[in-house]
Design a binder for this molecule. Structure first.
Ligand SMILES: *Cc1c(COP(=O)(O)O)cnc(C)c1O
Length: 393
């Protein structure tokens, strides 16, 4: 059949360009030591930055939540799927983020991808302009596509270019949209300067803190706490499947913004609510993040980042400057990055190679992610392997 032949030809092209992706199948919980495709591996690839995905208290809360609320929600939030667990989680998240927002309220979503689609399509109406940072996550890009607003992309970190665009705009609603921690580079957006621009030009600053929530800031409140920011112009999106270890995401903002999302955001309204048990598990996860144990886990993570920084000795490959758990090593060519990942894998080290279109052409890389559940000895093992591998190439 012609349609199938067309697809197959395109798949063959991907393979020829070393761009085909494959999934590995894990037989164990997310943790530094995992069993993948039947092999025991040491993994540096998850976004479980605090090691909460398999934390006994969180797992037990999930079990308890299933006992209290059953397996599924049964309907969308506006019909009958909104449970006490969802309501408690939203209250707790709003309270947690309160130091950084005005009259805050929070809204829980099934995934961060959906939260971004919801946010941008609901706030980015036909009379709005969205100013989108060029390295934004795919879910923000797709949110821009779903929105009726005009979209202007500004170059990575270029405040002057953004200011020009803002000054020239006569739109009634303006949204500046950015990742806080860039997911493939690990660097942090200049949020204080971006917020100042937004306040000056009467614009929303939409911050996607997928890789900051739980990790950055003294109490784990993320990028806003890291920079000490607070403003009515802020619209905050945090995901709950990364550092929080469970799944879903939330938007926290002024209560008027949240009410608008409840009334108008189609990706929120027309989907079945996430299992209440997940929200119940997240209550336990948030207690850990906000408490002493969260502090200890953030300290451990910072220590491991410092260790990698001090001990990695690279000449040809390029480490991107990053204080976050995302520690990319740029190699360049797709095949060389794949070969490096394969060589590590053969030694029992699981580090993903990231290729275009996820990153720009010619910047294929190893994306090391660290977790508080790694030990210093495990990081030392990775560093030894990387140093030897680069020297041998
Ligand atoms: C992971 C991620 C998302 C999507 O969140 P999910 O809950 O995984 O759907 C959104 N934005 C960024 C920057 C991310 O890294």
């Amino acid at each position: 059949m012609k349609l199938l032949d067309d697809l197959q030809r395109q798949l063959d092209q991907l393979q020829a360009q070393s761009l085909q992706r494959r999934r590995r199948t894990a037989d164990s919980p997310c943790a530094p030591r995992v069993t993948v495709d039947g092999r025991d591996m040491l993994a540096f690839c998850s976004n479980d930055y605090l090691g909460l995905a398999a934390h006994p208290q969180v797992v037990e809360a999930l079990r308890e939540g299933a006992g209290l609320y059953g397996a599924g929600s049964g309907a969308s939030h506006l019909v009958s799927g909104h449970s006490r667990a969802h309501a408690e989680l939203e209250d707790k998240l709003a309270q947690f983020m309160a130091p950084h927002l005005q009259q805050p309220r929070a809204l829980y979503f099934c995934t961060g991808y959906m939260a971004n689609l919801a946010l941008l399509s609901a706030l980015g109406g036909a009379d709005a302009v969205i100013f989108s940072e060029s390295l934004n996550h795919a879910s923000l890009i797709d949110g821009c596509r779903l929105a009726r607003a005009q979209v202007e992309v500004y170059p990575h970190g270029d405040l002057a270019a953004l200011e020009k665009l803002l000054a020239a705009s006569t739109a009634t609603a303006k949204l500046v949209v950015t990742d806080s921690v860039f997911s493939m580079d690990g660097n942090i957006a200049p949020l204080p300067q971006l917020l100042a621009l937004c306040e000056r030009h009467d614009a929303w600053l939409v911050v996607d803190d997928a890789h900051g929530f739980g990790v950055l800031g003294e109490h784990g409140r993320g990028a806003l706490e890291h920079f000490g920011l607070s403003s009515p112009n802020l619209v905050y999106m945090g995901t709950l499947g990364k550092a929080a270890g469970v799944g879903g995401a939330f938007v926290a903002a002024h209560e008027t913004v949240i009410e608008w999302l409840v009334q108008r955001a189609r990706p929120y309204i027309y989907t079945t609510a996430a299992a209440p048990a997940l929200a119940h598990a997240l209550l336990a996860s948030l207690d850990i993040i906000a408490g002493r144990e969260g502090d200890a886990r953030r300290t451990q993570l910072r220590m491991l980042v410092g260790q990698l920084d001090a001990d990695l000795q690279l000449a040809r490959w390029r480490r991107l400057p990053s204080i976050t758990a995302i520690q990319p090593i740029v190699i360049g060519a797709n095949q060389e990055a794949l070969d490096a990942a394969a060589a590590l894998y053969a030694q029992g080290l699981w580090v993903p190679a990231i290729r275009p279109p996820t990153v720009p052409a010619g910047t294929a890389r190893l994306r090391v992610t660290l977790s508080a559940s790694h030990t210093a000895e495990q990081v030392a093992q990775l560093v030894r392997a990387l140093n030897a591998l680069e020297a041998a190439n």
